[in-house]
Design a protein. Structure first.
Length: 208
């Protein structure tokens, strides 16, 4: 099966499997949401990583309505509340986030401003679901890194109302701006625990 005319998905799936990361394919983000609703029990705690894709999917609203306890920094009303929500999300049963870039060779790349999102992906939550559209897929991890730095970072910075140099020029200039958005760059190469991380890929485009 060809996804986005770029690659055979079996190759990507096999490469992630060797790294103990499961891949599931969906036709749409709506299908992913339906899957998550059935996969996460109502008594589970959930952390959410801030993301355009998850906002569009209304993941926060969906799980609040279901009755889960959800820790999402975007519901914090004060800097102290935001800080607490970021910390509480690190000890949840489930963590849901999007990915900035994934590669057919089996890596997941993310950039992060304060580090809470990539920290939760790395360690803490028992189970991690990472969501990506086909626009996030590159063949090799060098291309995925290029995507994260030169596409995702400037667009995320602009969305967050920050103004590092890449917002103006449209690509990374390796700045040391006080408004630098990529203080943390994470490459997930694999998982220690089989079954902890699942990549949910939609045959649609979304996010940066
Ligand atoms: S280092 Fe600076 S210019 Fe490069 S992506 Fe990060 S914020 Fe933008």
């Amino acid at each position: 099966m060809i996804i986005g005319e770029k690659f055979e998905n079996k190759q990507l799936e096999d490469n992630f499997k060797k790294r103990k990361i499961e891949v599931k394919w969906f036709e749409s983000f709506e299908e992913i949401k339906t899957y998550l609703i059935s996969a996460i029990p109502v008594d589970a705690t959930i952390g959410i990583g801030n993301s355009q894709t998850l906002k569009k999917m209304k993941i926060l609203e969906t799980f609040l309505a279901k009755g889960n306890t959800v820790f999402d920094k975007t519901i914090g009303k004060t800097p102290e509340e935001v800080k607490m929500l970021k910390k509480q999300a690190l000890l949840t049963d489930y963590y849901i986030s999007s990915a900035n870039a994934i590669s057919v060779d089996g890596r997941i790349i993310n950039i992060d401003h304060s580090g809470n999102r990539v920290a939760a992906m790395h360690y803490g939550p028992e189970k991690v679901f990472l969501i990506a559209g086909i626009n996030k897929i590159e063949f090799i991890h060098e291309e995925a890194m290029n995507r994260a730095k030169n596409t995702a970072a400037p667009l995320n910075a602009k969305r967050a109302g920050m103004n590092p140099p890449c917002v103006k020029v449209g690509y990374c200039v390796d700045c040391l701006s006080p408004e630098r958005v990529c203080n943390f760059i994470s490459i997930i190469e694999g998982q220690h625990i089989e079954g902890r991380m699942t990549l949910l890929i939609a045959n649609e485009k979304a996010g940066f």
